[in-house]
Design a protein around this ligand. Structure first.
Ligand SMILES: [Zn+2]
Length: 275
């Protein structure tokens, strides 16, 4: 599913093509795709998109009309996509929300989802503040190495569970947790509080490096992910362990990648990743 890098790829394209545009209107095909704020739909007609933000795995459009300000929060979910309107849409019946635009390079932005996991929120300032506080922990690109050490040291559970906890650190999902832990030589079941500060700092640097490289390569196109312009990401070609069960360890230790079945599959080299 889209994680931080994919959401950031989407945000960057929206920043370039939607910020500055005026929303003519938002048409909603399936109302249950709007989790909150459907009654405010008419407010957005005539508003201007002034900013595109990313919080964790969510993409947020800031909209202003007169002195009023509201946001559109898009949770991409497992299979959700934001797409510039185009003819080669994967399957038009899955376009659930259509935002028609003026005064910009793109005539429309569509929210496409073949499944029901994605959600949109239409929020005013107060509801947006509450949503942010409820949903998102620190961003891996704005927190410091010391803050990351404190976070990991304060958690009793398995380190991978901490990385996946969006309320503690936002944006990392199963792909990037597995890839970062392998590269840092840390077993996903290691207990955070027992790891040395040196290893935790190394993990933090590795995590940032993996996320940055993934953004530069357009994210990972696992399942259906494509950017708003229709381009798939390329970082899946750089995956070392994710969904590589049975493959030789890329570090050349002679062992093979194994999958551990927990809430989310963990892909590990039993030799290279230490607890
Ligand atoms: Zn190995």
């Amino acid at each position: 599913m889209p994680e931080l890098p994919e959401a950031e790829v989407v945000r960057r394209q929206l920043h370039a093509a939607v910020v500055g545009a005026t929303i003519n209107h938002i048409r909603v095909g399936r109302e249950d795709m709007i989790r909150q704020g459907i009654e405010s739909l008419a407010w957005y007609s005539g508003s201007r998109v002034t900013e595109a933000q990313r919080h964790g795995k969510s993409v947020v459009l800031i909209c202003e009309r007169g002195t009023g300000k509201r946001v559109v929060v898009v949770e991409l979910g497992m299979t959700g996509l934001l797409l510039f309107a185009r003819e080669a849409i994967p399957s038009a019946k899955h376009v659930h929300v259509m935002m028609s635009l003026a005064n910009g390079p793109q005539p429309a932005l569509w929210y496409w989802n073949a499944r029901r996991f994605g959600r949109l929120y239409l929020l005013d300032r107060n509801d947006w503040k509450a949503y942010r506080q409820r949903r998102f922990g620190s961003d891996p690109f704005t927190m410091t190495s010391d803050e990351f050490v404190d976070l990991i040291k304060s958690c009793r559970g398995r380190i991978k569970a901490v990385l996946l906890n969006q309320r503690r650190i936002a944006g990392i999902g199963n792909i990037y947790a597995n890839e970062a832990l392998f590269r840092a030589g840390i077993h996903p079941y290691a207990r955070g509080r027992r790891l040395s500060k040196t290893r935790i700092r190394a993990l933090f640097e590795t995590l940032q490096r993996v996320l940055k490289e993934a953004i530069l390569r357009g994210g990972s196109s696992i399942r259906s992910f494509v950017a708003p312009d229709g381009q798939p990401g390329q970082f899946q070609r750089r995956h070392l362990v994710y969904q590589k069960t049975g493959a030789p360890c890329p570090a050349g230790c002679g062992n093979r990648i194994r999958v551990l079945m927990d809430e989310r599959s963990s892909f590990v080299c039993p030799t290279c990743q230490k607890r």
